[in-house]
Design a protein around this ligand. Structure first.
Ligand code: FAD
Length: 466
């Protein structure tokens, strides 16, 4: 696809997921002045809403409010790829380093259980989010990707509760017939979801429990006992930060988590003849082993939603433009989608959008609460927070209520990473990482025999992943 064609694709409007639900929801009321409560939660994405949900169910008389700068589900929670998966991008090595192998295994088990917890709560609360638990399929399309995939499977199999299965080319293709697939790995702990339906339903469930969600209310600063907004100050014994990729905008938090962009496109619905050839009957989520990896799902109405990193980072940690993405990103995602599925070449791209996620300096997610100040936080999920946000919400609830539970003993609790570098170092580091990953993907696609082309090793070192 040329950039001119890409310029004709509908772009932004937060996400296609929201567009499918009729656009941004009717706004809820903003905060109407100063307020005194027990718990103020900043951010109405999955993290903030799950936290409100579990806190209020555990202690119904607690006065909890959620403060949201735009609307519930405006952030990554209303824009993501809909992988409710037990797999997290970073973290395991850090947790082993800091808390040992047993703790890392406990974290894995908790994430497995969390996939089922989200599905169970959705059923209990009557949230229809197109959920199908068909597992996660990740494939290789070059020899280098295949070597990485095989090494990753061997590594995963050395850990309990990962339940991964190595698939040869024909077994992988019999699940999803991707052009040129050389092999795959599948595990059962993943469901496809419609992200905006999930966050919309969750917000309604939270309101149903009596928790007000104040929208169009931007928090400028968080200090012990106070969330200072542009519409008044909320005084609260506990103030919980659930702002993820937007955290850099809060006073004092500019270098805490780097805001990284991820972009998606979605096709128009594909005909039955396409699905007869491609299969994908299990609705597995689909990913690959490229360095600049892709992720996809078959939607409930038979489209392909397909994502990957476009321009990953904007100078100065600038975050969001209501979801619009660059034309060259749309063009490159469309090209990749059509290489995966040549039969979709003539199917128009219906929409493109981007979202922002939070990356800690050590790529390890964290949740915590300081009893002495009442300040709490959760986030830094890198690209995998749909499941982790629920675990974070349950954990934050336990921490605030001062309960000592299995969840509060997990290794990500209280985990801290150092801050990101100042600009322009931050910008040059992230851009060199992604330039190196792209170079490595190109080298591997053109036949580099090394298991991982060298630029990717350099990038991993710069990123702090090794
Ligand atoms: C394109 C894309 C695809 C992804 N795909 C997947 C996937 O398939 N699977 C997966 O596991 N993860 C995926 N992720 C990551 C996942 O979506 C996130 O980890 C998760 O949604 C984070 O939820 P959250 O509530 O912490 O943050 P968000 O959903 O970003 O919510 C934060 C909220 O806080 C509000 N806010 C921020 N600052 C303030 C402030 N100062 N005052 C008031 N409100 C504020 C924002 O408006 C926003 O609503 C993807 C992310 C993106 C962007």
């Amino acid at each position: 696809m040329s950039e001119t064609e890409a310029s004709r694709v509908r772009n932004g409007d937060v996400s296609w997921w929201w567009r499918q639900l009729g656009g941004a929801p009717a706004p809820r009321a903003a905060l109407a002045g100063d307020l005194d409560v027990d718990v103020a939660i900043v951010g109405a994405g999955y993290t903030g809403l799950w936290t409100a949900y579990y806190l209020t169910r555990a202690q119904p008389d607690l006065r909890v409010v959620v403060l949201e700068q735009r609307f519930a589900g405006f952030g990554a929670s209303g824009r993501n790829g809909g992988w409710l998966t037990n797999t997290v991008t970073g973290g395991r090595e850090r947790y082993v380093e800091t808390r040992g192998r047993g703790a890392a295994i406990a974290q894995q088990r908790a994430l497995n259980d969390t996939v089922d917890e989200v599905i169970a709560v959705a059923a209990r609360e009557g949230i229809d989010a197109d959920i199908v638990k068909g597992g996660e399929l990740d494939i290789a399309r070059t020899p280098s990707q295949l070597a990485r995939l095989q090494a990753a499977v061997a590594d995963e199999q050395s850990w309990p509760h990962t339940d991964v299965e190595l698939l040869d080319a024909s077994a992988a293709a019999s699940r999803v017939a991707v052009d040129g697939v050389l092999g795959g790995v599948w595990h059962p702990h993943c469901a496809r979801v419609h992200p905006a339906k999930l966050v919309r339903g969750l917000a309604a469930a939270v309101e149903g429990l009596g928790v007000p969600i104040y929208e169009q209310t931007r928090v400028r600063e968080i200090t012990p006992g106070r969330a200072v907004t542009d519409r008044g100050t909320v005084r609260a014994a506990h103030v919980l930060r659930a702002t993820e990729g937007f955290t850099a905008d809060l006073a004092g938090e500019h270098r805490t988590w780097l805001p990284m962009n991820s972009s998606m496109i979605v096709t128009e619905p594909l005909p039955a003849s396409f699905w007869d050839r491609v299969g994908w009957t299990g609705r597995e989520t689909l990913g690959d082993f490229a360095h600049v990896y892709m992720y996809a799902q078959r939607t409930a109405d038979d489209r392909i939603a397909f994502g990957g990193r476009g321009v990953p980072y904007r100078f100065g940690s600038r975050v969001d433009t209501d979801g619009s993405t660059q034309q060259r990103t749309i063009a490159s995602l469309a090209e990749l989608l059509r290489t995966f599925f040549p039969d979709a070449a003539d199917t128009p791209i219906a929409h493109a959008w981007a979202g922002v996620l939070g990356v800690p300096r050590d790529w390890a997610a964290t949740v915590g609460h300081d009893r002495s100040t009442g300040l709490g936080w959760a986030g830094g999920y890198v690209g995998t927070g749909v499941t982790a946000t629920n675990l974070a919400g349950r954990t934050l609830a336990d921490l605030v209520l001062e309960r000592d539970t299995e969840l509060t003993r997990l290794p990500w609790v209280g985990h801290r990473a150092k801050r990101w570098e100042i600009e322009p170092l931050r910008w040059s580091a992230v851009n060199s990482i992604y330039t190196a990953y792209r170079m490595a993907d190109r080298a591997e696609a053109s036949g580099s025999s090394a298991r991982t082309a060298w630029p990717a090793h350099v990038a991993d070192v710069v990123a702090g992943r090794h």
